[in-house]
Ligand binder design. Structure first.
Ligand code: ADP
Ligand code: TRP
Length: 332
């Protein structure tokens, strides 16, 4: 039997090329080898996105984004978290086995408290229970589907470890392997994709290249990449230029060598380098954008794909939940 990989994607913004190289591509690669269950973590997004139009648009955009990037819904079970009510019953069960102290130690919560303290505010100002109990909902997402591996970014490893702790607590109490204990899989090989200003590309920094930007917007963003004041004739070091680092993600080995040589020889201005980058980005992303636009233009078809995914996911979720209900003495 194939092993199971599961991951959640939070619909909190427009997808950018950092998400593409850091999460989407590696997860699609993993799906060739594993039975994959990938879902849109829409109730996780509700903790921060409170505008209904914005939330529903992000859910569709993220779903269309994954499909446009090559997720095959025949191969991967692809669904919305909110379509699996078993998640929320399991969350209630897990709550009874989750120490409050464990939640106090979660990085995201601690960072929010720290920020409040620095601003001399109440430590819990603006922190909702959704954020505080986030790791429990995430543990339910995971444990419901018995995955072997959970591919995530580094920042999510602690959450997967909390899911392990909670599962082990339950298995210990009921003296059996009621829940499978998964492990996190971090993509070590994927470097951090730099943003327009050289920091990590992130929607919170407003320095992204959106994955599906129209051609004009794409060019505009690339032209905004911050460079130093070296003149056209000066030789340049490709490895310290974020234009070149981004170029490497999209260009063939031969193209990379040619541009690196041009950097080192001098005679290449930053404008030329940006134009070269635009060409390779556009070449790779334009077919994706065409697929994305077709998917987003047909929301009913998109909803059908997600509903079909949910129909495949629910019996799997019910099996785990029933096993747990029996174990705790609520049913049977
Ligand atoms: P953002 O930083 O824009 O809010 P998220 O935190 O929603 O992005 O990230 C979603 C996924 O994309 C995570 O798996 C994360 O590791 C990956 N990711 C985000 N930004 C980058 C980046 N600049 N380079 C590599 N991977 C990234
Ligand atoms: N917390 C994850 C993030 O912010 C998203 C997520 C929710 C998730 N549930 C999950 C990831 C379950 C892996 C498994 O990116």
């Amino acid at each position: 039997m194939k092993k199971i990989a599961l991951t959640g994607i939070k619909p909190t913004g427009v997808l950018h090329i950092g998400n593409y190289f850091g999460a989407i591509k590696p997860a699609l690669h993993l799906a060739k080898e594993y039975d994959a269950r990938y879902f849109i973590a829409d109730y996780h997004a509700l903790n921060t996105v409170k505008d209904p139009q914005v939330l529903s648009a992000h859910i569709r955009e993220v779903a269309a984004g994954w499909l446009a990037a090559g997720l095959d819904p025949e191969e991967v079970i692809f669904y919305r978290q909110s379509s699996i009510p078993e998640t929320f019953e399991l969350t209630t069960i897990l709550m009874a086995f989750t120490g409050k102290g464990l939640m106090n130690r979660a990085h995201a919560y601690k960072a929010a408290v720290q920020e409040n303290l620095e601003k001399h505010e109440d430590p819990d100002a603006g922190i909702n229970m959704g954020l505080f109990t986030y790791p429990v909902l995430m543990a339910a997402d995971i444990l419901l589907f018995n995955p072997d591996v959970v591919p995530v970014g580094k920042d999510q490893v602690q959450h997967v470890e909390m899911a392990q702790d909670i599962a082990q607590g339950i298995n210990f109490n009921y003296k059996g392997e009621i829940l499978k204990v998964p492990r996190a899989a971090v993509q070590a090989a994927v470097a951090v994709v730099p943003g327009l200003d050289g920091r990590k590309m992130s929607k919170s920094y407003g320095n992204t290249i959106p994955l599906f930007a129209p051609e004009k917007e794409l060019r505009k963003r690339i032209m905004r990449i911050v460079t130093n004041s070296q003149g056209v004739q000066e030789p340049k070091d490709p490895e310290t230029s974020q234009i070149y680092l981004l170029y490497k993600l999209f260009a063939s080995a031969e193209e990379q060598r040619a541009l690196a040589k041009h950097y080192r020889e001098g005679g290449m201005g930053w404008g030329d380098a940006k134009e070269a980058l635009f060409q390779v980005v556009h070449r790779e992303l334009s077919p994706l954008r065409t697929r994305f636009e077709a998917l987003i233009a047909d929301p009913a078809a998109l909803d059908t794909i997600l509903a079909q995914g949910a129909a495949k996911a629910r019996p799997l979720a019910q099996a785990t939940l029933n096993r747990l209900r029996r174990a705790v003495g609520i049913a049977g």
